[in-house]
Design a binder for this molecule. Sequence first.
Ligand code: ADP
Length: 310
Amino acid sequence: MDKGNKVLPSAIHCVSVSKSYGETEALKDVTFDVTDGEIFGIIGPDGAGKTTLFRILATLILADSGISAIDGFDVVKDYKEIRKRVGYMPGRFSLYQDLTVEENLKFFATVFNTTIEENYELVKDIYQQIEPFKNRRAGKLSGGMKQKLALSCALIHKPSVLFLDEPTTGVDPVSRKEFWGMLKNLKKQGITILVSTPYMDEAGLCDRIALIQNGQFLKIDSPANIVKQYETKLWAVKSDNMYKLLTDLRANELSKNCFAFGDKHHVSVDNAQLTVDSLNSYLQQKGHTNIEIREIEPTIEDCFMQLSLK
Ligand code: ADP
């Protein structure tokens, strides 16, 4: 969308945004900015507050306090302007299951006073992949195809900012990968993207991320910087008795925190105090066999765990 020659404000600007539902504090004092053309990820588990944030920014619910603006327009005062500028793909129920693929897209175009033809260029790469099924009802599409149709519908009015709430949840790994490829292409066309995901491995595909837990942002930075700031060494540990291993590692006072990660346990340790050899002896004394201890690079999930336990 053309923003003229004015000095550009942040694409998304939030200051001290809070929202409660009765006793539940869904968002607590959230502050962040997203610059034009960024892919910004909101990464956190179920119930962290992601959808609440999206709904406030998409002008569907009101925050209790704080300021939010999109392209310089206030979410409360200028909600009509914002609705023209944003595309919103909610986590669930964004498509009409009984309408066909083509009817869904036409419907969303009509709501925004436009036509498929007018903005076809923007959705072409994505829509072409599902066009062979244009007469199929949306309810009969696979997860990956639904996701492509929902993205086409969110884009059909040529928004400048796209909100994608858990777009890859329940979608197969191949479609997930394709989806992130599509987001990279949209970024090249200048669209700002705010995307949430519970999948920590998708964090690395964003320019910057916010790690969110219990309604609070734990950290905002690029994925590489977040990993760089991991404060301790990290070891992956295995033995023949993984259940007992977790208990024994947690009982060792020199291991800072420890959690199960795939077929290993990840232990963060202060290297000056605990060595691989001393941990090995400790575990042998506890009766463990086939012990494996390896230093590893932290992932975003490890960083999330460390930050969330502070
Ligand atoms: P996420 O999208 O990260 O799963 P949500 O924003 O949906 O998180 O939810 C944040 C918290 O607010 C959760 O504890 C959830 O149960 C609660 N919550 C969300 N919507 C409502 C609602 N309409 N009424 C009451 N509680 C809600």
